[in-house]
Unconditional design. Structure first.
Length: 342
């Protein structure tokens, strides 16, 4: 299985390339990036012979079965489309695209050419979500009628220049909140209406630094609370079901299932397990290996899907509701931003 990768940033170097290098039968045949210095360093580190600073040249001169895309989100559509037109299966980091019609177009292109197109929405296969879904499948959660997702990010001042053009990058929704919104759709189904959106627009930065959105789903309400420039970074989900409730925490992962009153003992028990798991894996120097597992689940599965002609864990069709919801929240956020500019 020959694989080429486009984009040599942090997510490629820390997750995609080490995982791909560890899969039996996989050969990394080429890597492509416009940053020639980083390209050379990463190619040497992972012993990749083919190096390209032009995508078209790589596609023309490389025989590969999969193109793995880890560039900034706003570039994903164009790169994925070119790879599919070239007859190559595509695995793309989140966000797959920044527009719903682009995701639909990529799905149609992959179907037309009988190619696989998967998306690295890794939080869907994180340990606490797998645990939640297992309990839910067995009837232990019931119907989910409300999810409150709170996500905080710290400093953004070290991020690249393209990031600050939020009309290009997608800003806080696509660069911070993509997992928060995706899990709402993944767990609650199709959304029906965005009930309310509030933002904090920082005029000095010319940037939206927080968004609070309330969304009506088929069977309940979702609340998405995003904020940059927070004093701490975390993502928590509070899930309300007809049988039981749960609290889901990420990095380090934690899961609490609650029946009846949510007592201090319930919270203590859940946090104690979370602390123990984090401490044990850190002591054994396994924390990073454990944190990469969601990506490993998706990447290994995608390679197997191409080999066996199966469906990937996260086909692009499954993220179209996520993209359309983000688009609507983003449209309303920008309307508020423009009114506050004036």
């Amino acid at each position: 299985m020959n694989i080429s990768l486009v984009g040599t940033g942090t997510i490629a170097e820390k997750n995609h390339l080490p995982i791909l290098s560890s899969i039996p039968g996989v050969k990394l045949v080429a890597v492509c990036d416009s940053n020639k210095e980083r390209l050379s360093r990463v190619a040497e580190k992972f012993k990749i012979e083919g190096t390209f600073d032009d995508l078209d040249e790589m596609l023309k001169n490389t025989q590969c079965d999969i193109v793995d895309i880890t560039t900034p989100g706003y570039t994903h559509y164009e790169i994925a489309k070119k790879a599919l037109v070239s007859g190559i299966n595509v695995l793309v980091e989140k966000p797959a695209t920044l527009k719903t019609d682009e995701a639909i177009d990529l799905e149609a292109e992959s179907n037309k050419r009988d190619l696989k197109l998967g998306v690295c929405q890794a939080y869907r296969y994180s340990e606490p979500i797998i645990q939640l879904q297992k309990i839910r499948k067995n009837g232990g959660i019931g119907t989910i009628d409300r999810i409150i997702t709170i996500q905080r990010g710290s400093t953004i001042f070290g991020l690249p220049k393209w990031f600050w053009n939020e009309d290009l990058s997608g800003g806080i929704l696509f660069e911070l909140g993509i997992h928060a919104v995706d899990l709402q759709c993944y767990l609650m189904g199709n959304w029906e209406k965005v009930l309310d959106v509030n933002i904090n627009y920082n005029k000095n930065l010319n940037f939206i630094t927080s968004i609070l959105a309330v969304v009506k789903f088929e069977e309940g309400i979702g609340v998405i609370d995003l904020k940059w420039l927070s004093s701490s970074s975390f993502m928590h989900q509070y899930v309300s079901g007809s049988v039981a409730d749960s609290v889901v925490k990420f990095y380090p992962d934690g899961f609490i299932l609650q029946h009846g009153d949510f007592t201090p003992l319930s919270e203590f028990t859940g946090e104690l397990k979370r602390i123990w798991d984090f401490g044990y894996s850190s002591f054994r120097k396994r924390y990073y290996k454990k944190s990469e597992q969601p990506h490993r689940n998706i990447i290994e599965n995608f390679v197997n899907c191409v080999n066996n002609h199966d469906q990937p864990l996260v086909p692009i069709s499954s993220i179209i509701p996520t993209t359309s919801l983000i688009e609507e929240i983003w449209r309303r956020s920008r309307m508020i931003r423009e009114s506050e500019k004036n």
